[in-house]
Design a protein around this ligand. Structure first.
Ligand code: ACO
Length: 433
């Protein structure tokens, strides 16, 4: 029998079941609290609210643990490939050789996007932010594949849409890059693996060959794996809540991309590099910038620092920091902002303000330095995050549909005016607001 928690309010006593996850995590099931008591729970920003059960990703923020389907992020980053991690997240198990080959093949042969999508791109003004284009382009896929509009069709139809989404995302991201550079697009080459194809579409020029560097492919693959899923963060929760109304996959993912764009979430990777550049241009005085971050009258925050759930270290940041050193060394690049980043990290980790608040570098702190070394402009960084996070959003959306979850609809505690009579305009006093 389930353990019960007792909630006592005045003389009234309510029993709430305690639900236990497979890793021993405990949760109070308050789903019928309102029916029992008329009370709702209030948790602004969902800081302590579980919105779902999920078997995709386990995260322990105190211990710095991140696992997908039971496999540690360290193992996956070192031993797996992004395309395999996509399979793992979507299907729940690591694929056999044959399953991986079929998965890879099915995705490879759907990389072309409808030529009409170029017309949409053409309408964007030069200099428009890549993330705005990505939101629109991914949602536009639903116009090209109307059979995806009903997400409750056959499981095979749903999987087809999923593979199509995975296949077309790198092409769309590369097209956005080409548009921003003012260069003609490069079509996919399906002889290439997922990451190489993306790099080729991005960096090849129509007039020249592009030599695919395995060091860059490995680095990019690892970065995508490290971003692949992160349970119920802001963008994933958005994908789930949009999908809960039975919106199609493309539109649900597009909503997640919009949520990711914000600087407190995925948009932080662009902001980190801009911050490091600003510190460099300002003479490299990290102490001055740490003071700014600590000053409550200054809106500046140390970008790439802090996390809602990691309160010890972000395991992805640890892997990326190491990879950053390795990649830059292998590519023979010395980036002065890496020195500033390390100096800033060290100073912050020894500063009581950051120590007391348990603020550590997050996944975004070092990722931008690798993206930069590969050759991406800063405005593309959050697009790369979206490319990596795609399989996680898809897996979470699919799980929600498979679990037949109800439409997401939080409650609120109303704090506005109580009922009052409408005042005709002639009788209203001067507006002071
Ligand atoms: N720089 C300075 N102070 C910070 C920072 C920071 N980066 N992050 C948190 N704090 C301070 C807050 O001011 C607050 O201080 P107070 O208690 O004195 O008021 C305290 O630490 C707690 O911060 P909250 O904002 O309440 O924590 P929350 O969990 O809501 O926010 C977040 C987490 C948004 C990640 C925050 O740490 C932040 O803004 N970081 C910078 C942006 C960033 O790097 N975002 C990427 C996150 S990872 C990802 O989404 C992929």
């Amino acid at each position: 029998m389930a353990e019960m928690a007792i909630l006592k309010i005045g003389e009234e006593v309510y029993e709430l079941p305690v639900i236990i996850g497979t890793e021993g995590e405990r949760a109070l099931d308050i789903s019928d609290l309102r029916d029992q008591s008329g009370l709702i729970t209030l948790d602004i920003g969902y800081k302590n609210t579980g919105s779902t059960t999920s078997s995709i990703t386990f995260l322990n923020g105190e211990k710095g643990i991140l696992r997908h389907r039971g496999y540690s992020i360290e193992d996956l980053a070192e031993k797996s490939s992004f395309i395999e991690v996509c399979y793992l997240l979507v299907h729940g198990e690591l694929p056999t050789k044959e399953q991986l080959a079929t998965w890879d093949e099915d995705i490879r042969h759907q990389t072309l996007v409808n030529e009409d999508m170029s017309n949409i791109f053409a309408a964007y003004p030069t200099g428009s932010h890549p993330m705005g284009q990505l939101v629109a382009m991914v949602s536009s896929l639903s116009s090209f594949y109307p059979e995806s509009l009903n997400p409750n069709r056959t499981p095979e139809q749903q999987l087809h849409t999923i593979r199509r989404m995975l296949a077309k995302m790198p092409t769309i991201c590369a097209m956005i890059y080409k548009k921003s550079a003012g260069h003609p697009k490069i079509y996919p080459n399906n002889n290439l693996d997922y990451v190489s194809n993306f790099l080729n579409m991005t960096f090849k020029h129509v007039t020249e060959d592009y030599e695919i560097d395995p060091v860059i492919v490995d680095a990019m693959d690892k970065l995508l794996i490290l971003h692949a899923d992160h349970e119920q963060n802001c963008s994933t929760s958005t994908v789930r809540i949009v999908g809960s109304s039975h919106a199609n996959l493309y539109t649900s993912i597009s909503a997640g991309i919009a949520a990711l764009w914000g600087p407190l979430h995925g948009g932080a990777n662009q902001e980190v590099i801009e911050m490091l550049e600003a510190i460099r241009n300002d003479g490299g005085n990290t102490e001055k910038w740490l003071d700014k971050a600590k000053d409550k009258n200054d809106p500046f925050r140390l970008m790439g620092f802090g996390h809602r759930v990691y309160k010890n270290f972000d395991p992805r940041a640890t892997i990326i920091k190491k990879a950053c050193d390795q990649v830059l060394t292998k590519l023979g690049i010395h980036d002065p902002v890496l020195d500033i980043a390390k100096k800033l990290e060290e100073a912050a980790l020894n500063d009581p303000y950051f120590v007391e608040r348990k603020l550590y570098p997050n996944v975004d702190f070092y990722s931008g330095i690798i993206y930069r070394a590969i050759g991406f402009p800063t405005e593309m960084f959050t697009v790369l995050f979206a490319l990596g996070r795609l399989p996680g959003w898809i897996a979470q959306w699919r799980e929600m549909r498979a679990d037949k979850q109800p439409i997401g609809r939080p409650r609120q505690l109303y704090t506005g005016a109580v009922s009052r009579a409408y005042v005709p305009i002639e009788q209203r006093g001067a507006v002071t607001a």
